[in-house]
Ligand binder design. Sequence first.
Ligand code: N2P
Length: 353
Amino acid sequence: MRSFTLFLSLCLTSLPLSLAAGEKTAEKPPALAKELYLFNWENYLKPAILEGFKKEFGVRVIEDHFTSNEEMLAKLQVGGGGYDIIVPSDYMVRTLIREARLAPLNPEHLPNLKNIEARFRDPAYDPGNRFSIPYLWGVTGIGYSRKAVMPPPMSWHDLFGPSILKKYPGRISMLNDMRDALGAALIYLGYSPNSHDPKEIDRAKEVLLRQKPFLAKYDSETYEDSLTAKELVLAQGWSGDFFAAQREDPDIGFVVPKEGAFLFVDNLAIPKGSKRHYTAEVFINYLLRAEVAAQNSSHLSYPTPNAAARALIDPKLDIARYTAPVDVKLYLTEDLGPAGQWYERAWTEVKAD
Ligand code: N2P
């Protein structure tokens, strides 16, 4: 493929000889669409950035939200949405590629990709970044009220252990997320959060079922607000959401449990069938600008894989602290293939009334 491209570009460079003097060979970029449809996580893009994009390019971005990768996938599978940009996590990029649901990206339209740190490029879930661009990353852990929870949590035992549950009944929440909830229970049991073993997944389900009567809710959207409102004292959740809440309420703490946790890298991708592919690439390239990525990361408190942006982030925000301690094992969520059915079944049982 590469040699073919090289051959092609050599042919193109010899073209001007046959053209009239002064004639341009560079292709004119396609016209921009007036609107773009973005399918994103809740609170996962600073609103002023959309205004900035509209001002500069005249394109209005219309944003819808999903609360889990599986919910987003289900929507795409029924052909719904008409979205131009989606924000799948690492393993879901892989699933979407496997199901041929993503449109390849044209690197020529994404020159700001150079800003992305080398360790985030060319990931195993999308070799060569053919379909996805890393956007923000974080860790799934435990947020808590420092005043209410003594001693502070340090382990998944502090979310699943019977004595903890009895101490804070109705004031604990779990993510409404199949992989994060079952994954935490699997780690708690000493298994891999990417286990393919139905017996292990079944035991993880039992852990969640035992915990359920003590929970206030399964929720991925408002848990940080419920912590601030003191309705909750412990919540499984995503690092940046707690750090953002902590700015308003220093009582909120966050820990990465010592047995290990999921690290996630969320990505920008264009679904196959988008009618505004070029405009979507222009938008992705805009989000890759150092100033834009820095603004977004500082506002959301999620660390950015954009190295050029990091140089612009106020050191007082200390994005580095969002990194988990070095001695904790961090897992990437894996695409399970057919073993996914065990998780689906267990999760359906857990969520059933
Ligand atoms: C922010 C959502 C974080 C995305 N509210 C987790 N993958």
